[in-house]
Ligand binder design. Structure first.
Ligand SMILES: Cc1cc2nc3c(=O)[nH]c(=O)nc-3n(C[C@H](O)[C@H](O)[C@H](O)COP(=O)(O)OP(=O)(O)OC[C@H]3O[C@@H](n4cnc5c(N)ncnc54)[C@H](O)[C@@H]3O)c2cc1C
Length: 421
């Protein structure tokens, strides 16, 4: 390819597609390069996307996108070996406009990439970008195999381990900054899913699990309902996994065997297994001369313990990157000074605001008591309240009994929690 592009985007995940879509709509000459056989072929995700960012880009996208179910039921389960306590939350106000959808990335990414091509961008799949082209000290294109392709701007949207930001000197891979996500897609009949999760047509559930499911390693489990399958998985901090010498497959197997999970997936057939890293605290530089970084590549992920958000962050940062490229092209200035406009856009939008708000969350979520002591207290307390054998005590007295010896720790953890999540 001898043509020079206005922008080359590396990676056709949600971040790359959002950037390419926005730039193509603005009329720029855009190339998007994806190493997978097709967009989505290599992508793993728990299965729930918060809708707001894509809704800004493609209003009411759910009417045409291959989403699985609109999440109408949120559940949080505190898990012990033989008992569990579940909060089941429903709110009609979260349905209009829809708050979140479950989806399968292989289908969703292909749909989004098709929209990118329809908007006028050129998509090349099955090609891995190996390196950056430089002109003096400015990024000036990409190298893929023996091909060298020039562009005014490069956008790194190549995911959590971003080779491209590393090549630009914006990132260094450190294991302790990453969590590991493992996921199975388990096929079940539509009716079985709706019966088990108390749903009717099109409705979906998102259920998070904390406690006896990660072998005391900070993290949690999830089950999301798709139309005819469940996305079932675990997210744990990698360094703790290595430290405790625990096999990640074993954690997922035990999670699936816990009675509270086993009855949800019973009779299902595993269609797919995948694992991927999540850049929970791996922030990288977001711009340099001739280049911007979006989505996971820039560490733009927020895990507040209740919500894990990477897709909406990737889409919003991709759209902001497109605005910054437009501004740079109009000024014919691709210096990092001019491109710092990208960071300003992210600071004024939810992306960097939310990252700042939840910056202490990863540290708080490392507290082992959240995964051991507190689920156990909750399960034992409900056991005491539910069981009838001999004289009963009032609920408050049972609570005092259960928390005996732990009150100070609980108060301090609560204060820390209020400041972090
Ligand atoms: C188990 C798990 C559960 C998750 N659950 C959720 C969830 O429920 N909700 C949520 O919002 N987020 C979730 N996330 C996070 C979410 O998946 C990511 O934040 C999101 O996919 C980031 O999008 P992205 O476009 O930045 O990167 P990616 O989706 O990773 O896309 C990067 C793309 O770049 C391509 N690529 C990489 N290197 C190259 C190269 N050198 N050349 C060409 N192409 C390249 C890849 O093939 C890929 O298509 C989860 C993640 C995991 C692992």
């Amino acid at each position: 390819m001898s043509e020079k592009f206005d922008a080359i985007i590396v990676g056709a995940g949600p971040g790359g597609c959002a950037a390419a879509y926005s730039l193509a709509k603005m009329g720029f000459n855009v190339l998007i390069v994806e190493r997978g056989k097709y967009p989505g072929a290599k992508n793993v995700m728990g299965g729930r996307m918060y809708a707001h960012a894509l809704n800004r880009l493609i209003p009411e996208f759910w009417k045409e996108a291959p989403v699985e179910r609109m999440v109408t039921r949120e559940k949080l389960t505190l898990l012990c070996n033989k008992a569990s306590v579940t909060i089941d939350f429903q709110d009609e106000e979260l349905l209009v406009p829809p708050n979140s959808f479950t989806l399968l990335r292989a289908k969703f990414d292909q749909w989004f990439a098709n929209r990118v091509v329809e908007a006028g961008a050129t998509l090349v799949s099955n090609i891995k970008v190996d390196d950056l082209l430089w002109k003096e000290k400015q990024v000036a294109g990409i190298v893929a195999g023996t091909d060298k392709i020039e562009a005014n701007m490069v956008i790194a949207a190549d995911g959590a381990v971003s080779l491209i930001s590393e090549k630009a000197g914006l990132k260094r891979f450190e294991v302790k900054q990453f969590a590991l996500g493992m996921k199975e897609i388990i096929e079940l009949p539509e009716k079985t899913i709706e019966d088990r999760f108390n749903l009717s047509g099109g409705e979906g559930a998102a259920q998070l699990f904390v406690g006896q499911c990660t072998k005391e390693i900070p993290g949690g489990g999830f089950v999301y309902t798709n139309r005819t399958s469940l996305s079932v998985g675990i997210v744990v901090y990698i360094d703790r996994l290595i430290e405790k010498k625990i096999d990640s497959h074993e954690i997922l197997r035990e999670f699936n065997q816990n009675p509270a999970v086993a009855k949800l997936i019973e009779g299902g057939k595993i269609l797919e297994y995948s694992a991927h890293v999540i850049p929970e605290t791996s922030r990288s530089g977001l711009f340099t001369d001739g280049m911007l970084v979006v989505g996971d590549a820039g560490g733009l992920v927020v895990n507040s313990g209740i919500t894990l958000r990477g897709m909406d962050m990737a889409i919003a940062s991709g759209a902001a990157a497109a605005e910054a490229v437009k501004n740079a092209i109009e000024k014919n200035d691709f210096s990092k000074e001019c491109l710092s406009y990208y960071e300003d856009l992210l600071k004024n939008d939810f992306v960097l605001k939310d990252i700042t708000t939840f910056k202490k969350a990863p540290e708080f979520l490392q507290n082992e008591r959240l995964y051991t002591l507190y689920p156990e207290i909750a399960c034992r307390l409900f056991h005491r309240l539910a069981s009838v054998e001999g004289p009963k005590r009032r609920a408050f007295d049972e609570l005092l009994e259960e928390t005996k010896g732990n009150k100070m720790k609980m108060i301090l953890d609560m204060i820390k929690g209020m400041r972090s999540i």
